[in-house]
Design a protein around this ligand. Structure first.
Ligand SMILES: CC(C)(COP(=O)(O)OP(=O)(O)OC[C@H]1O[C@@H](n2cnc3c(N)ncnc32)[C@H](O)[C@@H]1OP(=O)(O)O)[C@@H](O)C(=O)NCCC(=O)NCCS
Length: 212
């Protein structure tokens, strides 16, 4: 893949959790997971016109994949397929994007993510986030990452709280999600906040070891 973006393409892993760029042949797996999780995902996502089944069909993946590739090529995003490697098989179970990357004096990205409800609660997304943030702060050349979460989204707030993100803002009517303009809480982290701990993955391993 031709790219001028620092740190892309890349594959990252920790235990069974694997982050990698999407492939054209992910269409069926992506569609199966998205269709099976409509009730789980739709309260937290933007709502473009169209039926969920159609927006998440294998055919629709062509356009999703094209947008991912374009943003990655321009250095504006790092769209990762989140996979689990178990029993010698790797299956797609979620998504994590470092998006809206702005460089120059900002060097910051917004993170978005979701995981299949069938593997929720296993620490897949905190692990994926720790891998992606360490990569963003290292080869990706970024200084700051930001996550915006609806106050009602307790599981997602737990992800950033467990990783030690700083709560830094309240954004009224911030994003159009599930049919309306929704308030969000802004969380962020800069590289200085985890450098002394050897990175976010090292911190996450320590948090897990003490809470098990
Ligand atoms: C938010 C989300 C990505 C968390 O991913 P995850 O890999 O399950 O993260 P964790 O395993 O760390 O679990 C986080 C919290 O989810 C809750 N949780 C655990 N198992 C759960 C389950 N089966 N169902 C619902 N919530 C569950 C717990 O509160 C947990 O916090 P805890 O560790 O303090 O108990 C996932 O819940 C999800 O995809 N939700 C729908 C989409 C979404 O909200 N995306 C983010 C938008 S900002």
């Amino acid at each position: 893949m031709f790219t001028t973006a620092p740190g892309w393409p890349v594959m990252l892993s920790d235990g069974p959790v694997v982050l990698r760029p999407y492939r054209r042949r992910d269409a069926d797996a992506w569609s199966e997971v998205r269709r099976a999780n409509q009730a789980w995902l739709s309260p937290w996502e933007s709502s473009p016109p169209g039926r969920w089944d159609e927006l998440n069909s294998p055919a629709a993946f062509r356009y999703v994949h094209r947008d991912h590739r374009r943003s990655a090529r321009r250095g504006e995003g790092m769209p990762f397929a989140v996979c689990l490697r178990e029993g010698g098989r790797e299956r797609l179970v979620g998504h994590l994007n470092l998006g809206n990357i702005v460089r120059r004096a900002f060097c910051s990205a917004y993170v978005g993510y979701w995981v299949d409800a069938r593997v929720a609660g296993r620490g897949v997304i905190p692990t994926a986030m720790a891998l992606a943030v360490d990569h963003a702060f290292g080869p990706g050349g970024l200084h700051r990452v930001e996550v915006n979460i609806r106050p009602e989204n307790r599981p997602s707030r737990r992800v950033v709280e467990k990783l030690g993100f700083r709560e830094e803002a309240y954004h009224p009517r911030y994003m159009h999600i599930d049919g309306a303009w929704r308030d969000h809480i802004g969380y962020a982290m800069t590289v200085e906040e985890i450098a002394a701990e050897g990175g976010l993955l090292a911190r996450w391993h320590r948090v897990r070891a003490t809470t098990r």
